[in-house]
Design a protein around this ligand. Structure first.
Ligand code: 3PG
Length: 215
């Protein structure tokens, strides 16, 4: 069992240094894709709820790839939070957070990473006891320099910056004390997913898995 927890103990952010953010157009690719990422060393996988294929993909991975920790991303409504939980998601990720969305994510009982981009948004989540946060859109909202500025005033917050992260700039974020992992779509290039180039995806995952947080 993976120790995922949204409270004081490290949870989603501690599974691996990188969470692949995946957009799938065909749920038939879900299982081989998840196996390729796990083989490379990345167990936490975020399937974004941007396509019809997403919920069936989560179901398949949850059922067939026991070593994967499959989550639902781009959760923007309460209904999506509930649907993702029913499909077997192990965690939820949202690009931002409202009162209603937060309530729905909390009610699922799953760990979740609410998206924040400002100090006040982060404070609102900390007030609710949520210390693991997605920083989105990371590079457009200020990048590693911005996050570094939050470490001292918000010592309890740990972030997963996502949005504009690449293999080249991931180490800048991972070297920060308040970053547990980063998220990004660079591990699953659309052409590799389309052609079923699982070896390439495993290789990209392997390089990412070798990155070390706070090191
Ligand atoms: C997203 O939700 O789109 C993620 O932030 C992925 O962003 P990226 O494609 O820039 O990695």
């Amino acid at each position: 069992m993976n120790a995922l927890d949204n409270g004081a103990t490290p949870g989603i952010l501690s599974v691996a240094p990188v969470i692949p953010v995946v957009v799938l157009s065909d749920s038939g690719s879900a299982v081989p894709l998840a196996r390729a990422l796990v083989k490379g060393g990345l167990a936490a996988i975020e399937i974004t709820l941007r396509t019809e294929a997403a919920l069936p993909a989560i179901e398949r991975i949850a059922a067939e790839v026991p070593d994967a920790v499959v989550g639902a991303g781009t959760v923007t409504t309460a209904e999506q939070a509930r649907d993702a939980a029913r499909a077997g998601a192990a965690f939820l990720v949202s690009p931002g957070c409202t009162e209603r969305l937060h309530g729905a994510m909390a009610e699922t009982g799953l760990p979740y990473l609410p998206g924040v981009a400002t100090v006040s948004e982060a404070l609102a989540m900390l007030e609710r006891g949520v210390t693991e946060l997605k920083f989105f859109p990371a590079s457009a909202a200020g990048g590693a320099g911005y996050l570094k500025s939050l470490a001292s005033p918000l010592p309890r917050a740990r972030f997963c910056p996502t949005g504009g992260i690449t293999a080249a700039n991931a180490p800048d974020y991972l070297s920060l004390p308040n970053v547990g992992c980063v998220g990004g779509s660079w591990l699953t290039p659309a052409d590799a997913v389309e052609t079923g180039d699982w070896e390439r995806i495993s290789a990209l995952a392997g390089e990412a898995a070798a990155l070390r947080p706070n090191g």
